[in-house]
Design a protein around this ligand. Structure first.
Ligand SMILES: [Zn+2]
Length: 153
């Protein structure tokens, strides 16, 4: 990475700042820019690991993304499970997601976090993906659940 490496502060900042960016952007411009940013982050993360188009195996993907995004990775969230879905995609269960920390909502709000999984699954499988969030911890659930499916043309 070029530029200021923050010798004193390192790579992490307060999650409240991320929440302000996410919520503020959403208020001004809607959810699409947040999802798009997440998708790019997920894809680029997989690319940086040298894993573009390497596997469609859910267990391998779960291990890879749990390590890359969890406590020893970017700390986006804890990956509970990634399992194959009937539609040929994946069902993702996560907790402690960055989008939902301290948030309460009547509807799912994991725009960035889900976007990361859409982009990461696109990158690692080589198939373009789209996602929906069926259950969200901001609505009181124990985990957030994303359905990530291949885009069919
Ligand atoms: Zn959620």
């Amino acid at each position: 990475m070029a530029g200021d490496e923050r010798a004193t502060l390192g790579q992490f900042m307060n999650l409240a700042c991320f929440q302000y960016l996410r919520v503020g952007t959403e208020e001004v411009a809607g959810r699409a820019p947040i999802v798009a940013a997440g998708r790019k982050r997920g894809y680029d993360l997989v690319e940086s690991l040298g894993l573009l188009g390497t596997t469609q195996d859910a267990a391998t993907i779960q291990r890879t993304l749990a390590a890359a995004l969890g406590a020893d990775g970017t700390r986006l969230c804890v990956v509970n499970s990634i399992a194959p879905s009937d539609s040929g995609g994946y069902t993702v269960h996560i907790r402690e997601g960055a989008c939902t920390t301290g948030q309460e909502s009547s509807e799912p709000l994991c725009a960035f976090t889900m976007g990361v999984f859409v982009g990461a699954l696109h990158g690692i499988t080589g198939a373009q993906m789209r996602g929906t969030e069926s259950v969200c911890s901001a609505c009181g659930a124990e985990a957030c659940v994303y359905q990530i499916e291949p885009v069919t043309f």
